[in-house]
Ligand binder design. Structure first.
Ligand SMILES: Cc1cc2nc3c(=O)[nH]c(=O)nc-3n(C[C@H](O)[C@H](O)[C@H](O)COP(=O)(O)OP(=O)(O)OC[C@H]3O[C@@H](n4cnc5c(N)ncnc54)[C@H](O)[C@@H]3O)c2cc1C
Ligand code: FES
Length: 280
């Protein structure tokens, strides 16, 4: 990042190339660097995050949703929840904002290569996991079997819907999805929590890595299932979310036991955090 490293808190200007509405109160933003840099040099790994800021409105950590294999833009998927994200939703094509990063540990892509992958996402957890998913699809011959399980609370809340639908035409990914509830009876597939999808997949724990991204309740059930199936704890990775401020290991806001979520995570190996009670 050259001179940009001089002050670690110094944000870089970016502009919005496009905004794409997702489900209710969720929007995808495609970003362009405005300081002469490019996303290839930015050098993010799948699973990392950036700190996004708007002058006078604050700053928040947001996961990078696009893979480094697609350096034309950087994509973030934002849920409208508060001060900063409300203001982001008022921006249009060409508007400016600022970012810091990339921060945190990403998914260990080098370690995952040559293995089968089971990606399990719940709700907005698909946003960070998508950077790994698209990375694997772009370098498909470097990985073995790929299974994606995605669960949402109802059929209206499926993120990246059209992208996911296109996976049904592909032979190189098995995509399984579930909804917790289907009150209107329109869902043709599995209704129930995401762990119910395990019956539809053949998995070999000895040469598969499981990567999870979703709410804590999903982690509890999926972890139990994986351990019952014989997955060793060091073959399970998960991304954790905590309140953050600095994003770079200085303020202590994101502490989980003896770890900082921003610098030791957000991606953790389960074997590394199972002893930390408040982790999940
Ligand atoms: C590593 C990481 C990655 C993230 N990735 C994304 C992403 O890809 N897309 C996205 O939309 N959001 C993401 N978030 C969450 C986002 O940073 C928060 O929702 C943030 O508070 C939004 O800022 P705001 O100013 O709009 O909301 P605020 O005005 O700060 O308030 C939002 C509300 O959410 C609560 N809150 C704040 N942070 C969290 C948190 N981490 N967990 C639970 N509740 C919280 C606050 O107490 C408040 O009630 C991520 C968070 C982390 C730590
Ligand atoms: S957010 Fe400041 S130490 Fe992690």
């Amino acid at each position: 990042m050259g001179n940009h490293c001089a002050n670690v808190y110094m944000p870089r200007p970016v502009s919005i190339i496009r905004t794409l509405p997702q489900i209710n109160e969720h929007r995808l933003f495609q970003l362009k660097l405005e300081d002469g840099g490019d996303w290839e040099t930015f050098g993010h790994q799948p699973g990392q995050f950036i700190e996004v800021s708007l002058f006078g409105k604050g700053e928040a950590p947001i996961s990078i949703s696009s893979p480094p294999t697609r350096p034309d833009s950087l994509e973030i998927c934002v849920r409208r929840t508060g001060k900063l994200t409300d203001s982001l939703f008022e921006l249009e094509k060409g508007s400016r904002l600022h970012i810091r990063g990339p921060y945190g540990t990403g998914f260990p892509v080098e370690k995952l290569k040559g293995n089968n992958l089971l990606l399990v996402a719940g709700g907005l957890g698909l946003a960070p996991l998508r950077s790994l998913l698209l990375y694997v699809l772009d370098r498909r011959d470097e990985f073995d079997d790929l299974i994606l399980m995605y669960g949402t609370n109802n059929p209206d809340n499926v993120l990246f819907k059209y992208e996911l639908l296109s996976f049904f035409d592909r032979e190189d990914i098995k995509y399984l999805y579930s909804v917790d509830r289907d009150e209107e009876g329109i869902w043709k597939q599995y209704v129930g929590v995401v762990t119910g999808l395990f019956d539809q997949a053949i998995l070999s724990p000895e040469n598969t890595y499981a990567v999870l991204c979703g709410p804590p309740i999903m982690y509890r059930f999926v972890l139990q299932k994986l351990l019952e199936m014989g997955f060793s704890k060091d073959r399970i990775y998960m991304s954790l979310e905590r309140m953050m401020k600095c994003g770079i290991g200085k303020c202590g806001h994101c502490a989980i036991g003896d770890r900082y979520c921003c610098t030791d995570g957000p991606v953790f190996n389960y074997a590394e955090i199972e002893h930390i009670k408040e982790a999940i």
